[in-house]
Write a protein that binds this ligand. Sequence first.
Ligand code: PNS
Length: 162
Amino acid sequence: MTKKLWIYPGSFDPPTLGHLDMIRRGAGLCDELIVGVLHNPAKRGLIPAEERVRLLEKLCTGLPGVRVVLWDGLLADLVKHTGACAVLRGLRNGSDFQYEQTMGQLNSRLLPGLETLCLMTDPRLGCVSSSAVRELLYFGRDISGFVPDEILEDVTAYGKQD
Ligand code: PNS
């Protein structure tokens, strides 16, 4: 039987509690989950991509069947390259839905057969986003409750460099 391989892509700048929840839940639904760190041209970067990979690897230690990759290109090409059968994304609200619907359609046009699967965000994490974390850091506020404890210090240190 073929392995159910999924990709959970994102810019993860920085990884949040919402991302970690999605990784844990996604990993429980497939055989192998690739967490893909990709470039979102619409977003200004805070943390270098290689460092985001390191932070995600720290979070995924001990999660069976999960690995982190850095991909400098289109998501559809990563899906093709790995032979993944689906892309996983999280939905917090209607704005996320509209974005994911368009991206899902675009990606399946680039790679016919590419499936996008969405899981509903845990409602307790509905206001958690990387952009909220970047903004809180900008104003010098505490980001605990937004970012996993394991990487809280690392991410806070990045905020101080800005
Ligand atoms: O965490 P994000 O910023 O919502 O993730 C968005 C991401 C990185 C998955 C998206 O921007 C992406 O797929 N970037 C790679 C380029 C790509 O494939 N774009 C879509 C087709 S033009």
